[in-house]
Design a protein around this ligand. Structure first.
Ligand code: ZN
Length: 274
């Protein structure tokens, strides 16, 4: 049995053998089975309720880092495995009680299902994913000078500009969400909404569904709540942007491991440069 963590010094995912963390495994409820690789079975352990002292003695000077901050520095396999672990641990931690009758639930199938402990209920609960859309909106009113809409969310670090995004409401189609969020956040009506790609996003339990859409009006009206500023940019302007995390006081593109960046990069490759 091994456990996944991150070595702080080199930002490389590491495995810890069971013998090194045996003192932390006080409840098997906190274990999640991730699968097997060439070395054997792999588990994730939720240590969020452990005392710091107990953790430090097991970690031997290593420390925890938020996956969101280092995922882009890991290789794709490690990043995917840690994201999978994070998503399952988060789901188990937040579903300890039955949503139907309120009784405690119990982990089964290695943390991939939880069952209500009240035998008269016994409801099974499975991990869920919350869909969200993310969209690059194009201005094609001038065919030789296409532009795209990028915005700065009030939660973004420094001056990162990104595509619009939002969660899917109940009984809403993905295309309806794209249209609603575009209008709510920036006052832009859209059509020709076309699916591009998707990305699981375990912060905490979403999947981002990427679209491209055509703007029907160009006057931007930011909502002033989620969005602080938004502008139309030509591809040539975007090529002058900085990189996420470089600390400059100028506009920068989304991080390279994000679907937002994929949407922007693929758009830039398809439109004329300046
Ligand atoms: Zn129940």
């Amino acid at each position: 049995m091994r456990w996944r963590g991150i070595d702080a010094a080199i930002s490389e995912a590491i495995h810890l053998p069971r013998a090194e963390i045996v003192d932390l495994i006080d409840e098997f409820e906190h274990l999640v089975f991730l699968g097997c690789d060439q070395s054997g079975p792999l588990f994730a352990l939720d240590v969020s309720t452990h005392e710091d002292d107990a953790l430090q003695s097991c970690l031997s000077g290593r420390e925890f880092i938020d996956l969101r901050d280092v995922a882009w520095r890991l290789d794709a396999q490690d990043a995917a495995q840690l994201a999978y672990a994070r998503g399952l641990v988060f789901w188990n931690r937040h579903h300890r009680y039955c949503g139907l009758c309120g009784s405690p639930t119990r982990s089964e199938y290695g943390g991939h299902m939880r069952r209500c402990t009240d035998s008269s209920c016994a409801r099974m609960h499975f991990p869920r994913t919350d869909p969200a859309v993310i969209m690059l909106i194009e201005d094609r009113s001038s065919p030789d000078r296409p532009r795209c809409l990028l915005a700065r969310n009030s939660r973004f670090p420094n001056r990162m500009m990104s595509t619009l995004a939002g969660f899917v409401d109940p009984l809403e189609s993905l295309e309806e969400t794209v249209a609603r969020e575009s209008f709510e956040e920036c006052g832009i009506r859209v059509d020709r909404i076309e699916y591009q790609a998707s990305q699981p996003w375990p912060f905490p339990s979403s999947i981002m569904l990427g679209f491209r859409a055509r703007a029907l009006n160009l006057d931007i009206v930011v909502d002033g709540a989620e969005i602080d500023e938004a502008h139309w940019f030509e591809a040539g302007q975007l090529r002058e942007f900085g990189e996420w995390g470089d600390g400059g006081d100028y506009y920068c593109l989304p991080r390279r491991d994000s679907i937002a960046r994929y949407l922007v990069d693929s758009w830039m490759q398809q439109v004329p440069g300046i």
